[in-house]
Structures are given as C-alpha cells and as structure tokens.
Design a binder for this molecule. Structure first.
Ligand code: SAH
Length: 282
C-alpha cells in the first residue's frame, strides 16, 4: 500500500486564509512579527493588518516607528518592560488579548522578530485557541536572518555549513541547560545563540569542552539590522573576553561556525587585543 493510502496518513488539506478579505474581520487576534528593529523589515501582510487594527498590544519594540503606522484611534498597549516597570506577566497578556478579541475588536499582538522563535507566540496562540478565539500568525524576520543579512554571513553555505541551529542561551531556572555534546557533535553546522551575551563564557566553555576548536570563528552582532548595529568577530576561545566589550549591548546574537569567515569586513570588526573603538563599524 502506498504510504499516502495508509489509514490516518493522508495530509490534511488546508488553504491558509487569504490575507485581504479576513484582514478587517473583528473578534480575532493576529500575532505579527515586527522584525528585528528596522521598521522596513516587517512584512507587507504584517503592516496591512497593523494598519487595520483596533487594538495593538506590543512589547518594547526594536522599531517603535511601526506604532506610527497604526490608526490614530487605535488603542496601543505596551506590555513589555517599561521605564521602572516590569513586563506584564504572560498570563495577563493572554487575558488582555482574549478580552479585547471577545469584545469584538481586531487585535494585533506585535512581537519582535518572528513570533514563533523564542517569542512565546506559541503560548499566546494556545491560550487564545483554548478560549475559542481565532488566532492567525504573520511571520517576521527573525534576528538570525536579519543579523546574517546585515553582516554578510550566510547561515548555510555549501562546503561550510549544511545545517543551522537556533538556540536559546537563556534557560528557566528549573530547565536543563544546553546540550553541549549534541551541539558540538556536528561540525558543519552554524550555531546561532539568542539571548547569549551574558552567557558567552558558558557557550565557549560548553562547546570547547566537547571538542569545538578554540579557533572556530564567532561573530557577536548587537542591534543587528538597525542604525545602532555593532558587530565583532573573534574566535571561540576569545568569546568570553569579547562579549565584555562596552560597544556590545543587548539585544545581541552570537553566531558560531565557519560561515563567519565570509562576513563583510566593513560590517564586522575583527577583535583586536586592544579593542580599539575606531575599529568598529556601527
Ligand atoms: N522573536 C525574536 C527573538 C526574541 S528573544 C526573533 O525572532 O528574533 C530576544 C533575543 O533575540 C535577544 O536577546 C537577541 O539575542 C535576539 N535579537 C533580537 N533582535 C535582535 C537584533 N536586532 N540584533 C541582535 N539580536 C537580536
């Protein structure tokens, strides 16, 4: 029997809703990726829904200019970290989304990068689904793609990297950390660490302990794809020291692998023992 005829093996046919007619529909939530911080890097679909929204619930955005795209009468709610205030707990964000959708509004949840890459978009989607609220997702340019493009580092490249892993370097207290052994097992793989700046020493030690060469090229890219971009190239054994550089701040991405050698020299400064600031390209 061909695999496609096996009971239960048939693929479910599903045509994603065409963006245009549903865009104005009320009583639902759109999770939209805002991209990495350059307002031009939101998708056309994302921008169109944002412009139609009644309510926009957003984090502290890399691209605050996007809020200027909302309708003047749209309600804008910042649930991210604000001056002197913590971010709203996830459960309260879920409730807020649900409440506005159930009141018949077109709700946009605007999130940095892509909502499904370390963005807790899945949790929000599940919470809304459980309440029977329709939720649609518009993908965004994730930091890995944006930083790669902005520095000329192809994440995969024939002969250098046939795989790419996106890894969070930040773990809940009760969760296990990175599986260094598994990460280090495949050498022609690009490793991209999110939330890694303060964990740089752990990353370097974890990988080298499992056989990664100390001279593996590494790039640290801070505020990638924005006018504040600063990037530094070093080797894995120098990563802990390089991460201390005052020119690097959060948000910062760490890319490990041979593809870093292809970085555009104008975009990524080589770490020097003296760390001259003039050697930086911001
Ligand atoms: N959903 C987001 C990631 C959120 S986690 C996305 O898809 O990109 C936050 C982490 O993303 C930061 O700690 C940093 O590692 C990375 N990040 C986000 N924007 C970035 C940027 N402009 N430059 C470098 N790293 C960025």
């Amino acid at each position: 029997m061909p695999a496609s005829e096996a009971p239960g093996a048939r693929a479910v046919r599903f045509t994603p809703p065409p963006m245009t007619p549903v865009r104005q529909a009320r009583g639902r939530v759109w999770l939209i990726g805002a991209g990495p911080g350059d307002p031009d890097l939101i998708t056309v679909a994302g921008l169109k829904v944002l412009q139609a929204a009644d309510v926009v619930i957003h984090d502290r955005l890399g691209a605050p200019a996007l809020l200027g795209e909302c309708r003047p009468d749209a309600l804008k709610i910042n649930v991210g970290k604000r001056a002197g205030r913590h971010a709203l707990p996830q459960e309260e964000i879920n409730m807020l989304l649900a409440r506005h959708a159930m009141a018949g509004r077109l709700v946009v949840r605007l999130k940095g990068g892509d909502p499904f890459i370390f963005g807790r978009g899945g949790e929000e989607m599940m919470a809304l689904r459980q309440r029977g609220i329709q939720v649609d997702i518009v993908p965004g340019v994730t930091a890995a793609s944006a930083c790669a493009a902005a520095t000329g580092i192809p994440l995969t490249h024939r002969g250098l990297a046939s795989e790419v892993s996106m890894i969070t370097a930040h773990h809940r207290k009760d969760a296990e950390g990175c599986n260094w052994k598994q990460l280090a097992a495949q050498r022609d793989r690009t490793l991209v660490f999110y939330m890694g700046l303060s964990q740089a020493a752990d990353i370097a030690h974890g990988l080298m302990r499992h056989g990664f060469a100390g001279d593996t090229p590494v790039a640290l890219i801070s505020n990638g794809a924005t006018s504040r971009q600063a990037a530094l190239r070093c080797t894995l054994d120098c990563l802990p020291a390089s991460a201390q550089h005052e020119g690097l701040m959060s948000p910062c991405l760490i890319v490990v692998g041979k593809v870093v050698d292809l970085a555009h020299p104008h975009c990524v400064a080589q770490a020097m023992p003296t760390y001259e600031v003039s050697q930086w390209v911001a």
